[in-house]
Design a protein around this ligand. Sequence first.
Ligand SMILES: [Cu+2]
Length: 279
Amino acid sequence: MKMSTGQTGRRLLGLAVAGVALVSCGAAFAELGQPAPWEYKLQESATPVMDNITWFHDFLLWLITAITLFVLALLVIVVVKFNAKANPVPSKTTHNTLIEVAWTLIPVLILVALVVPSFRLLFLELDVPKADLTVKVTGKQWYWSYAYPDNGKFEFDSLLAQDKQPRLLGVDNEMVVPVNKIVRIQTTGADVIHSFAVPAFGIKIDSVPGRLNETWFKATKLGMFYGQCSELCGKDHAFMPIAVRVVNDQEFAAWVETAKKKFATNPANSLALAGAASQ
Ligand SMILES: [Cu+2]
């Protein structure tokens, strides 16, 4: 099929309009703390770590775009200027020391420049600052348990709630944390390896049986934040969502009081049992 110039132009225009629509929709659909239809970007950040991840991601995207366009331009020049028709008598040059040094050194310098923000981000993620509170997260087939060792030593299970929205992300008992406080997450697996991940917080850490892994976040925005188990852990892997509610200090204190009563008789409350046994 041959297209006329007009047709090609209209198709290109259509593509451009679709592209712009997609970009603006992506922004419109972006919702804090949860995925959105047609989303192609990172979730909106709610912690300093995620701010850094987003910045590094965008920075890399610009950099690779520039490099790709540069290489494309070189290729186009070669194809246009040095094909057999345009350049019937090729040059016999085989070495050019200056260019060879440049195409070795410049990529090395680019990589060295990348190491700095990359390592800074790694240290930010891995170096847990002095925490305001600790939440112990246990991955189980197929739900999560949250324990609050420094807020009344209660522990509760958090299971998928079929009737809640967003679909497959809503849970019966949400993990609750105060805003602008450093929360240390200690996580382990009760049966197989799970992975505790909340995209808006920039955290994803394996919950391994017999091991205690640590990470942290400081939520700077109020609201609901959703994540999912991110390590294939069995048949209901897709049905053990993570729901974190970020509240202010008073709401957190009030929630701790109700949670202490509500979950005091929880038979699965290993922390409370351990506490009772040691008294
Ligand atoms: Cu899992």
